[in-house]
Structures are given as structure tokens and as C-alpha cells.
Design a protein around this ligand. Structure first.
Ligand code: FEO
Length: 616
């Protein structure tokens, strides 16, 4: 029986899941299965985006027929020829001989290599940025070579603002009834398998992933439809920000991954002692026995952690087999930009340490912590001391973050403004109207102070045009931003001045509360209208005390907090190109170049002061 899912009014998921596959690509264990996604667009022309693996051929073909509802299939867009997405093309053509195959020249070449059918008579070749109109929708084709094979192409539906992203943004794991990432706890339950998929499948091609991300950043994307795993329709930055990190080989977490190969437990003993000493210093650690844990999981962990320790016994005058295989696997996946340390063991001629360093030496930007530990059989007092020195050397890379008070440190008698971010501040769009002028800005201070009547306070920077409008009119709206708000909302309302821009440009229909002030219906979970009763001059800001005369909820989505904004919405600052010196605004990412930053400096974008800048 068919099993399809509606994505939008004219886009249907017609893919299938496989939970019987033991090893994806014959290498990567997939205990939770895998999904093969295919999408049918039912515009004036019908368009299928890719097919599936032969393992789920029958279900897929039935799905397509049901979704087509008797219509003919006009186009098949082939974005990737790896057989997990193409092996049903010949069956599809037998079922729909009318089909036109939309693909690049490289895809055509690969299809001819893999399959025997008449493609020349039905091919519609496309190149970078070519478009295809299918009625209401316009499809734009974007080449994404080496994400994961050289022929890979993305498709952007500029009408629906959907990116069909081939293998990019996919993950291991079957879909268990849900189709959208926001239907599950993605960070908790799926991010590890997304990292394992990324690091093992496309990890080698970080530069190419970066250029595909660059191209995608020019598009207005509201949904991502990958060929494996969940569809993203909200909080796209959660997955895009991870791809930015992984493709630059930047660690996600500061901590130490220890991988060991041990025959009789002595090398394992060294790994355990090192981990304990590191934990004593407050450093996060994970340990893997490379003879037990599948290499794909350790490769994935190496992409996650900042420091890597390899501990191996010497075997046949070389590195122990499973460790040697892991190191070669890591080098093949282009692991780089890490700090590493090495522990060797060998009862009569320990050589594994030197050989491990040789393999790591071929990787880019892997710097070795030169505190060696060399064990001859069991650990004695001298080696224990060496392990402790290694722990000290690693710990030297983990200075206490500035401003964070350690356990036994005297608390500073100063005000660290970053501490304020630990309050569960929300973030809000504050809007006002003066005559025919609508305007708005981002604020983070809204608080209820009384119940009868309901009164709230808002603090507004005097530099904001919205401030002056509220001071003049006494009326405002607070739209409470939810965790689904994209960074663009913060850019639109927070980083521009309403004096010279229309903050509502492109916001669609002008929705107003009964006080005549506009509000945001998208990305918000509630709206509060206030009428100013008192003002208090607080220097840079005015505190408005207002009576609430209208308030309503728009969704059950969680309100965004400052912490959530920093962790999940605000793009991470990019490393400067070249040798630029300067300071970056932690709030909006603005870069001020130069050796010094004046104390009274104010960010020209978001108006935060020098305290919110840090050195590049
Ligand atoms: Fe899912 Fe590169 O194939």
C-alpha cells in the first residue's frame, strides 16, 4: 500500500524508508535505518525530484502513481546519480515513457555509465542558474559538485522558496512517521546521526560544501528538502550553522576525544587515567575503543571535538590494525584544524607513536602536543607522571573563559554585562506608528509589573526612531518573537534605522491592532498593545510604563530567549579573510577593523556598545 505525505498544497513526499539495510554504502552501519526521499511537485506540469534505492522500489513506484492521481509525469529532475537515488529510473521510464529527464551534462554522463536505456531522446540539459517554468513554479538549477559526487545539483523552487538539496542536510535514520525536523527533538535525537552522515559521506569535501553554502546563502530559502532524513521548514539555521562549522573543520565543542587500541588493557588503562585527569580539570572527555566502536562513529566524534588523543599499542612493528585503519580513515576524510596528542605502547620496540604522528603530519593544521607518553607493557610511576604532564599540556589549551568565576576564585566586584544574558530575556519586535509612518525595532526588555490593570514596562534605547515615535504617540505593540524567527527578522528590525528604511518592506499585508499600530504575525507567538502611562528617563534608555489594552496569542511556539538566539539563530562570526585585525560585535557580527576599539564605540548596525565586542 502507498505511503505518502503532503508537504505543501502541491508538493508530496513519495519516498520510502529502509530499516533492513545493515551498511549504507556497504560501510556505514545504519541501526536506525535510512530514508530515501523523493518529492513530487504537482504544478501545471508534474515534476519528480530524484528516485530511490532499489530496496524500496515497489513502494516508491506505487507512491508516485497515487500522488499523480492519473496524471502523466512530465519531468524527472535528477540531482544525484548515486544508485540510492537513481536505481529506479529505468523502472520509472518503463512506467512513464513520456517523461523528460532534467539534468546536467555530468548527470547525463553518469546515467549512461550506470544504466542502459534511451536517455538522449528525453533529456533536457540544464546548466548553472538555468530555470524551468512548470506553471506556477520556477525551478532554478544550481551545481553543487562534490556534495557528494561531482555531478550533484541542487534545485531551487523560487516560487515556493524551497531548496531541494540532494545529499546535503541529510542524516542516517529512517523517518518514523514524522517528515519535518520540527516534529521531533532533532538536536537530541538526530544531530549525532546528521554529523555522522556529514563527516563520513561529504566530510572530505569541506571546500566544495562551503561554495555550495555560499550559493545557497544568496537564495531566500524557507524550506529544505534533502534526499535523506527530515524536511526543514523552520529554524533552518540549526542545520545550516552546523554545516558551516563542519565544512570549515571547526570543532563544535571544546573537549578531548580519546581513541585507544589496546590488546591486554594497558593502553586502555593509560587512556582512562588521562581522561580522569582531564575531567579533574573540568575538561569534557569521550573515550572510544577503536576495536569495538565503528570507525564512522569515531570519525564523527573527531569532527565534533577540539582535541584528539590517539593511544595505541605497537603491533607487527607498526600501529595496531584497528587504530591504523581509523587514522587512515580520518586522513581520508580530511580531518584538520585540531590539537592532537599521542600515547604509544610497545613491550620491546614501541614505534606506534612515531607512526601515528607520521599519519597525522599529513593532515592539514593538526598540531601535536609534544608531551609524549611511551609505555613499555604496563604503566609504572614514570608513565603515570608523563600522563599527568600530558593532561597539564592539554589543559593549557583550555584557559578559563574570561569573566567566568572558577570554583575557588573570589567573585569580582564588577559588573559583567554578559551575566545579564543568563536572565531569560525574550526578544521582541516593538512597533509604533506616527502619522503614516510605521516603524519597529528589536528590544529585549518587556516585563509585566501589575495584574489589575495589566501593566508592562519596556525599556527603549533613545537612539531608536521607534523610541521617539512612542514618546510622541504613547502607543506601541510588542510582537513576541518565537524560536522559529530567522536571523533575517533580527537584521530587518534590529540592524537598520527606520529613519532611512521601511522596516516592513516585504512583510506582506499590513496587520494592525485596534490602536492602528502594525504587528508581526509571522515568527511571533503573541502580540501585546500598550498605552503609555508614565516614562522614566534612564540615561541611554527611556522606561515606558504602559497599560495593556489588547493582547493575543498567535502560536504555541516557544518564545525565543537571548541564549537561544545566540546558540541557534545568530550565525557564528566568520573568520576574517587575510590578516585583518579588529573587533567583532557579539550581537550582530559587525566587524570594526583596527588595533583598538574606543570605549564609547557604538555598533553602527545594532547600536550595542564596546562591551559587546570581542577581538577577532
Ligand atoms: Fe544518498 Fe550520495 O547518495
Amino acid at each position: 500500500m502507498h505511503c505518502i505525505k503532503k508537504i505543501t498544497n502541491d508538493l508530496i513526499w513519495v519516498g520510502a524508508n529502509d530499516r533492513r539495510l545493515a551498511f549504507f554504502e556497504g560501510v556505514y552501519s545504519v541501526p536506525a535505518g535510512v530514508s530515501y526521499n523523493s518529492y513530487l511537485l504537482t504544478d501545471e506540469k508534474t515534476v519528480l525530484f530524484d528516485t530511490v534505492d532499489k530496496a524500496v522500489r515497489q513502494r516508491f513506484l506505487e507512491n508516485v502513481e497515487v500522488a499523480l492521481k492519473g496524471r502523466k509525469l512530465d519531468y524527472l529532475v535528477v540531482q544525484h546519480v548515486e544508485p540510492d537515488h537513481s536505481s529506479v529510473i529505468p523502472d520509472l521510464i518503463r512506467q512513464h515513457p513520456e517523461i523528460k529527464i532534467v539534468c546536467s551534462a555530468k548527470v547525463l554522463e553518469f546515467i549512461k555509465q550506470f544504466y542502459e536505456f534511451d536517455i538522449d531522446s528525453r533529456v533536457h540539459l540544464v546548466e548553472e542558474n538555468d530555470t524551468l517554468n512548470t506553471g506556477k513554479h520556477t525551478l532554478q538549477f544550481i551545481m553543487a559538485p562534490m556534495v557528494h559526487w561531482p555531478e550533484v545539483m541542487f534545485t531551487y523552487d523560487s516560487t515556493a522558496k524551497i531548496l531541494f538539496s540532494a545529499d546535503a542536510f541529510g542524516h542516517f535514520g529512517a523517518l518514523n512517521g514524522a517528515l519535518f525536523a520540527d516534529e521531533v527533538d532533532f538536536a537530541k535525537d538526530y544531530m549525532d546521526e546528521t554529523r555522522r552522515y556529514y563527516s563520513n559521506i561529504v566530510g572530505k569535501y569541506g571546500t566544495q560544501v562551503q561554495s555550495a553554502l555560499d550559493k545557497a546563502s544568496a537564495l531566500n530559502i524557507e524550506m529544505i528538502c534533502p534526499l535523506h532524513g527530515f524536511v526543514w521548514r523552520s529554524n533552518l539555521n540549526e542545520i545550516i550553522s552546523k554545516y558551516m562549522l563542519w565544512s570549515r573543520y571547526e570543532p563544535e565543542e571544546r573537549g578531548v576525544m580519546i581513541a585507544y587500541a589496546s590488546v591486554y588493557g594497558n593502553t586502555e588503562n593509560a587512556a582512562e587515567i588521562l581522561a580522569c585527569r582531564l575531567r579533574d580539570k573540568g575538561i569534557k572527555t569521550v573515550i572510544f575503543d577503536v576495536s569495538v566502536t565503528p570507525a564512522s562513529e569515531i570519525v564523527s566524534a573527531a569532527f565534533k571535538w577540539s582535541h584528539l588523543v590517539f593511544a595505541s599499542t605497537t603491533y607487527n612493528a607498526g600501529i595496531f590494525v584497528t587504530m591504523e585503519a581509523l587514522l587512515n580513515d580520518l586522513a581520508a576524510h580530511n580531518i584538520q584544524n585540531r590539537r592532537a596528542a599521542v600515547i604509544e605502547n610497545g613491550s620491546w620496540a614501541p614505534t606506534s607513536g612515531e607512526l601515528i604522528r607520521e599519519i597525522l603530519g599529513k593532515c592539514e593544521k593538526i598540531s601535536i602536543i609534544e608531551n609524549n607518553v611511551s609505555i613499555q607493557s604496563g604503566i609504572k610511576a614514570a608513565q603515570l607522571s608523563d600522563i599527568e604532564k600530558m593532561a597539564d599540556a592539554i589543559a593549557a589549551d583550555f584557559p578559563a573563559p574570561s569573566g567566568v568565576v572558577q570554583n575557588n576564585q573570589t567573585v569580582p566586584n564588577t559588573v559583567d554585562p554578559n551575566t545579564m544574558f543568563k536572565l531569560s530575556y525574550g526578544l521582541f519586535v516593538l512597533t509604533a506608528r506616527d502619522g503614516n509612518k510605521d516603524n519597529g525595532c528589536i528590544i529585549n526588555t518587556v516585563m509585566q509589573i501589575t495584574v489589575t490593570p495589566i501593566k508592562i514596562t519596556i525599556a527603549v534605547n533613545k537612539a531608536n526612531y521607534t523610541h521617539d515615535m512612542i514618546l510622541k504617540t504613547g502607543k506601541f505593540n510588542v510582537s513576541v518573537l518565537s524560536e522559529k524567527a530567522p536571523f533575517q527578522v533580527f537584521q530587518q528590525f534590529g540592524f537598520k534605522s527606520g529613519k532611512d528604511t521601511d522596516k516592513f518592506a516585504g512583510s506582506g499585508e499590513a496587520l494592525r491592532t485596534s490602536n492602528g499600530v502594525r504587528y508581526l504575525s509571522e515568527w511571533t507567538n503573541g502580540v501585546i498593545s500598550g498605552e503609555v502611562k508614565e516614562t522614566i528617563d534612564c540615561g541611554t534608555h527611556t522606561l515606558f510604563i504602559a497599560e495593556v489594552n489588547q493582547a493575543f496569542s498567535l502560536s504555541r511556539d516557544a518564545s525565543v530567549t537571548y541564549q537561544y538566539y545566540f546558540d541557534n539563530i545568530k550565525p557564528k562570526p566568520q573568520p576574517p579573510k587575510g590578516n585583518k585585525k579588529g573587533f567583532v560585535c557579539k550581537i550582530c557580527g559587525y566587524v570594526h577593523e583596527g588595533d583598538t576599539l574606543p570605549d564609547d564605540f557604538v555598533c553602527p548596525l545594532c547600536k550595542h556598545g564596546a562591551a559587546d565586542f570581542e577581538r577577532l
